[in-house]
Design a protein around this ligand. Structure first.
Ligand code: PBG
Ligand code: ZN
Length: 327
C-alpha cells in the first residue's frame, strides 16, 4: 500500500529490534543502583516473613549476615539496616545502645562482608514507646531535644561500622547536628544520606507493621512534609545541603517522581529515592493475584525512578531485580 503522503520521519526505525533498542536506550538500570533494606530483630536463627511485605524478612543478626553475603554476591553494593529493639522507652534510648540488634548487625556485617556499604537508618520511632520520631513535649515532638538523641544514634552506628548515616526523622537541623557529632568523634569519612524530602505518606503502612513503629496517637504531619508541596521540597533540599548532606533522598518514590526530577535538575549532588513498603506491597499483592506481570512491572517502575533522575534506588525489590537483570 502506498502512503498518501511522503513518510520520512519514522521513529519506529529505532525500535525495530532489541539490539537497536538497546543502542538508543536512554536509561539503564543496574544492580549498582540498588540499596536493599533489612529488618533485624533480637534473637538467633530467626528468619520470619513479614506478612504485608512478602519476600522480606525479620532477621536475627546471624541470618542478616547470611543474607548480606547473598546480597553482595548478587552485586548489590549496599544494605540499609533497620531494627526492632529489645526495649522501648520515652526517648528511644535503645536506638543508641551498642548491644541493640542494629548496632550488632552493622558490626557483624562489616566484619564478615566488609565490601558492602552499610547505611544506618537514624530515627527514634522504632525505639520510643509512643512511636513518634522524637522526644515528646506533651503531644508535640520537641525538635531540639530530639537532635541530641539523634547525634548519639548516628555516632553509635558509625562506631559499629556504618559507612553512611541516613536520618529519616525530619527534625529541623538534624543534618548539621549529626555532621558535627560525627566529626567530633573523628568520623569525618562517614557520609550522610539525608531523607531530605520525606512526605507524610500512607505508603509507609507495611513498614510500620514490619518495624513496629506506628505512632500510638496522632500522626507525623507535624514533622513530615505535606504531599501537596514541591516548592517546600526544594527548601528542605537547600537546607540539608547547606548543613552538609552528601546525598539527598526523596521518599516515597513513585508518587513523587516530579519532585525527583525537580531536585535532580537543581542540585549537583547524588539523588536517592526510597521505593517504600506500600509501593512494594501493592505490586506483590497484585502479582500474587495474577493481575500483573511482576518482573515487567518492577523493572519498568525502577526504570521510571532512574529516568526521573535518581542515582540511587532503595528498594525491597533489589534482590529479585538483581537476578532479573543478570538474566
Ligand atoms: C522511620 C522510617 C519510615 C520509613 C523509613 N524510615 C517510616 C515512617 O516514617 O513512618 C518508611 C520506609 C518504608 O515504608 O518502606 N522514620
Ligand atoms: Zn521515625
Amino acid at each position: 500500500m502506498e502512503n498518501s503522503f511522503e513518510q520520512k520521519l519514522r521513529p519506529r526505525r529505532m525500535r525495530i529490534n532489541e539490539n537497536v533498542r538497546a543502542m538508543v536506550r536512554e536509561t539503564n538500570i543496574s544492580v549498582k543502583d540498588f540499596v536493599y533494606p533489612i529488618f533485624v530483630v533480637p534473637g538467633e536463627n530467626i528468619k520470619e516473613e513479614i506478612p504485608s511485605m512478602p519476600g522480606c524478612y525479620h532477621l536475627s543478626v546471624d541470618k542478616a549476615v547470611e543474607l548480606a553475603r547473598e546480597i553482595s554476591a548478587l552485586g548489590i553494593p549496599s544494605v540499609e539496616v533497620f531494627g526492632l529493639p529489645e526495649y522501648k522507652d520515652a526517648i528511644g534510648s535503645s536506638a543508641w545502645d551498642m548491644t541493640s540488634p542494629v548496632q550488632r548487625a552493622i558490626q557483624a556485617i562489616k566484619a564478615k562482608v566488609p565490601e558492602l556499604v552499610i547505611v544506618g537508618d537514624v530515627c527514634l520511632c522504632q525505639y520510643t514507646d509512643h512511636g513518634h520520631c522524637g522526644e515528646l513535649c506533651g503531644h508535640y515532638v520537641d525538635n531540639d531535644a530530639t537532635l541530641k538523641h539523634l547525634q548519639k544514634v548516628a555516632v553509635s552506628q558509625a562506631e559499629a561500622g556504618a559507612d553512611m548515616i541516613a536520618p529519616s526523622d525530619m527534625m529541623d537541623g538534624r543534618v548539621a547536628a549529626i555532621r558535627q557529632a560525627l566529626d567530633d568523634k573523628g568520623f569525618i569519612n562517614t557520609s550522610i544520606m539525608s531523607y531530605a524530602v520525606k512526605y507524610a505518606s500512607g505508603y509507609y503502612g507495611p513498614f510500620r507493621d514490619a518495624a513496629d513503629s506506628a505512632p500510638q496517637f496522632g500522626d507525623r504531619r507535624a514533622y513530615q512534609m505535606d504531599p501537596a508541596n514541591s516548592r517546600e521540597a526544594m527548601k528542605e533540599v537547600e537546607l540539608d545541603l547547606a548543613e552538609g548532606a552528601d546525598i539527598i533522598m526523596v521518599k516515597p518514590a513513585l508518587a513523587y517522581l516530579d519532585v525527583v526530577r525537580q531536585v535532580r535538575d537543581s542540585i549537583n549532588r547524588p539523588v536517592a529515592v526510597y521505593n517504600v513498603s506500600g509501593e512494594y506491597a501493592m505490586v506483590k499483592a497484585a502479582a500474587a493475584n495474577g493481575w500483573i506481570d511482576e518482573k515487567r512491572i518492577v523493572l519498568e517502575t525502577l526504570t521510571s525512578m532512574k529516568r526521573a533522575g535518581a542515582d540511587i534506588i532503595i528498594t525491597y525489590h533489589a534482590i529479585d531485580a538483581a537476578k532479573w537483570l543478570r538474566g
